[in-house]
Structures are given as C-alpha cells and as structure tokens.
Design a protein around this ligand. Structure first.
Ligand code: ADP
Length: 383
C-alpha cells in the first residue's frame, strides 16, 4: 500500500504554492514551518526567521492588544479552535509597515491528538480594506454635499406649493407635489447613505439610558398615524408589563420605524383595512418585539438576501418603487450593536412578522463621534 504521509519536502512545495501566509509554531513559540508568503508579509526571508521566536516577527494586534500572548502558555494553545482573526487585526512587520490581516488560527495537533502548537493561515487585506474605507468616505462626502441643495429645494417647493409666492393653479400644484415626492425620496436615500457610512465606519455611538420600550413604541406608532391612515392601515400595540431597560432609544426607535414603515408599505396594496400588530413580551434574557403584517410577504428565494444592502424582493419593487433596500441592513446593525438579534417569519401573499430582541440586562455602551441622521434637527424625513 502507498504511504499516505507526504514528505517534508513535498509539504514545502505545496506550501510555497499557497497564496496565503502559513505559519506553524511549537509550544515554545518557535516557528517550525512557514511559507514564502508568510515571510513576505512579515517583511523577512524564510531562512532568516525559521526556528526563531514567532513573537519577534509576527506582531499581530487587534484594538492595540496582542492577538497571541506568549504569557498565556498552555491555555492559549488549547483555546484556539479554528478562530478567525478579528475584523480589525493588523500586523506591524519588520519594515515598520502596518498590514491589515484576515485569516484564522487553530491549535496544531500531532497524530495522537496532542496539542503541539498553533497553525496560522492569513493574508494581507490592506488593499481591500482601504478600498472599502475609500468607498465609505466617498459615500459620506457625497451625501453631505447633497444634503444642503436638497433641503433648499424642499424649502422652495414648499413655499410655492403653499402659495406663499403667489397663486398656483391645480395642474401646477400637481406638478409641485410630484417634485416634492421625488425630493423626499432623494432626502431619504441620502439619509440612509449617511447612516450606512457612519455605521460601517463604526462611528455611531451606543448611549444606553433607562428606556420604557412600550412608551418608545407608542411614540413611533404616533409618528406613523397619518402615513398608516393614508395607506388604509391601523397599527396596534400589545405589551406585557415590563421593566425599563438600558438601551439607546434613538437606535431602537430607528429599528422600529423601519419595521413599521415596511409593514405599512408592504400591506398597502392589499384590499380592505390592514392591521399591523406590535407585540412586546419578555423572553428571558431578553425583551422580544415583533411587528406583524398581513401584506405581500417575502418570497422564499429572497430570504438569504433580505438583510443585505440594496436588496429588494421582486414583489416589493412592484408595489413600492421608492424603496432603497437599506432599512433592514441598517436595522440589523443597530439591533446587533444594541446586543440583540433580528429575524423574521413570512408567507408570500399572507404576511410577515419581524422579530428583534433587546437584552433585559441592557446594551453595552460604545464610543463613537456620531449619532444617526434621525437624531439631527431639520433634515430627517420619515419614509
Ligand atoms: P426597502 O423597504 O427600502 O426596500 P428594506 O431594507 O427595509 O428596504 O427592505 C428590504 C426588502 O425586504 C424590501 O424591499 C422587501 O422586499 C422586503 N421586506 C421588508 N419588510 C417587508 C415586509 N414587512 N413584507 C414584505 N417584504 C418586506
């Protein structure tokens, strides 16, 4: 029978063809195997660092702290089970370059299953990350530049429509109304773009304060009374008696607004009066909030995309041409930074229920330099 074990030489050949950096270290932190790519990322040559101490060449940092600490010894080796590097991991290499890293770390075992060291597989993602950052910065800049003229346009149309400048006939009013609707849609899009770029750059702060979630839901429902009525819809609230919890009310409000506005939008095409039910219950260790509609539902083949940016179901684009496909993407990030989860149940042509949770123990505060657009005076417009 052929020997299934590959030789060290063969292994080196295979490793030299892998486009990711591969390093194996033993329990004394010595590099026992590495490929050319790993050495290049470290700014060194293989022969200069093989069998040398890993920490001298691979200074992986996440949030300013070392990713692998020699001090932690045995425990450290056992704790890595195919873990991915954190999103923000960097490597400062021998040439002093800061390299953004993606990859994973696992314990490395011998044939008897004994942990013998660590296996690291990683790649340089500096370019990809920088392009992402540029995209985010561009979006933020472009949206800022669009804000002022769009609000100015809004103000002038309102003056004309309200006949502050002089009489306008019915046909002219109709034209102005349509300009106003398009302008509102553009403002909504710019608001969403700004929120997305702030959230993606992790600039939005989480400032938990004692919040009565039922009262917060009532406020959001009040904001939507006229929109609901115009769409032949009624929003009803049912809530268990619950304690106030420490969450950031602006973030929770935004999530509920998005879900309620969707529930109204995507039931409006159905006959008769449509009811949207908001239900708030205790489900240890969380508060669970649900928003139920009896609207168009979500097609099965769209389930996987629904929380992605720009995603819109085919049935939704038919009934509402103005959506941006940002609401649920934003809501998911907001729920997650508040310490909760979001999901849904749906049946096409029958209705949809979105659920999200908030921890009874409260959200973790997070420092950032921005809030959401909805917290800013004079620019926010509901969809
Ligand atoms: P938008 O509503 O602007 O399109 P969202 O991110 O809020 O963007 O929603 C993304 C898509 O998810 C919608 O276009 C629609 O296809 C689907 N969707 C969201 N909520 C509902 C709902 N309550 N009923 C049916 N489809 C929904």
């Amino acid at each position: 029978m052929q020997d299934p074990i590959i030789s060290y030489q063969q292994m080196r050949t295979i490793l030299s063809h892998i486009s990711d950096g591969v390093v194996i270290i033993d329990r004394k932190f010595n590099i026992i195997l590495l490929n050319k790519k790993a050495a290049t990322i470290a700014g060194c040559r293989i022969e200069d660092i093989i069998f040398k101490n890993f920490a001298n060449y691979f200074n992986f940092l996440a949030g300013g702290k070392p990713v692998i600490e020699e001090k932690k010894g045995k425990q450290l080796f056992l704790s890595w089970k195919g873990k991915k590097f954190n999103e923000n991991t960097i490597l400062i290499n021998k040439n002093g370059e800061t390299i953004k890293i993606a990859g994973s770390i696992s314990s490395y075992r011998n044939r008897l299953g004994e942990v013998k060291g660590l296996l690291l597989v990683f790649r340089d993602v500096t370019k990809e990350k920088n392009i992402d950052l540029m995209k985010t910065e561009f979006t933020s800049l472009a949206s800022h530049q669009l804000r002022t003229p769009l609000t100015a346009i809004r103000w002038f149309i309102e003056e004309l429509y309200n006949e502050q400048i002089g009489k306008v006939n019915a046909e002219q009013k109709d034209y102005l109304k349509q300009i106003m609707e398009s302008n509102t849609r553009m403002i909504k899009l710019v608001n969403d773009l700004l929120d997305v770029s702030r959230l993606e750059a992790e600039r939005v702060s989480v400032e938990p304060i004692k919040t009565d979630v039922k009262k917060l839901a009532e406020d959001v429902i009040n904001d939507y009374i006229f929109i609901a009525r115009a769409n032949n819809c009624r929003v009803e609230l049912e809530s268990e008696k619950l304690p106030s919890i420490n969450v950031d009310p602006a973030l929770v409000k935004e999530v509920l607004s998005n879900l309620i506005s969707n529930a109204i939008k995507y039931s409006a095409s159905r006959k008769g009066e449509n009811i949207v039910n908001i239900n708030i219950i205790r489900k240890e260790p969380n508060i669970q909030i649900s928003v139920k509609d009896s609207g168009i539902g979500i097609p099965k083949n769209f389930y996987k995309q629904i929380f992605k940016k720009f995603s819109r179901g085919d049935n939704a684009t038919k009934v509402d041409t103005g959506g941006t496909g940002f609401g649920l993407y934003i809501s998911k990030i907001l729920v997650e930074i508040s310490g909760g989860k979001i999901w849904f149940d749906s049946k096409e042509n029958k209705g949809t229920t979105f659920y999200f949770t908030l921890p009874l123990a409260g959200s973790q505060p997070k420092k950032g330099d921005r809030g959401l657009v909805s917290e800013e005076e004079g620019f926010y417009i509901k969809n």
